[in-house]
Design a protein. Sequence first.
Length: 234
Amino acid sequence: MIDPVAEIRRESEVVARLVAAGPLDATVPRCPAWTLRDLVVHLGAVQQFWAANIAAADPSAPDESSGDPDDAAYPRPPDAELATWMRASTGALVAAIEAADADAPCWTWWGAPATAGAVARHQVQEAAVHRWDAEAAAGDETPLAADAASDAIDEFLAVSLGDALDALEGTLTVTASDTGACWTVGRAGGPTADLVGPASDLLLAFYGRIRHDALTIEGDAVLAATFLGLARTD
């Protein structure tokens, strides 16, 4: 079992270091509307938002006191302070996670499980994928940690996609070739398909960061394409 606090800290620190090194105007390849500056403001704001929601412990409505980073009025830190601000945002999130019981109530956009532990788990993939984005902007991306990526796939399928997988007219199996983890989604009685790849590649493909042909795809092509269309989040 992964330690979400350790993973969030590790991945977020890489982002902070890249921001300190610049250039902040570098384009994020898979999010071309963003520069590295935009990316770090997004990630830092997301971490502040979830820190506030964990602390609020109110599953009925989101705490929006931290503001919307997509709003033109959002107070962006000066470039020289951006790395420090990023580290402070991460610090606020991990402090909130550590102060709360894992089963403490918390608003979530996905519904159940609406707990601080579920938010912490999801924030691992938020930090990891955006760390990959930041490295891609710098031209030197590295894979996500295999165990963390494998756990993120489990969460992604069960929580982020959830009932959307009912649209599959068949059974699809996803296998992480490096961790050995395997998931089966869809419904029995129809066509079958298999997606295989390292956990990092699978998760990055789901998030539209790498091409689907980086994976091994076997079986019914229509079923596989339908699933990948549901998974695409970019």
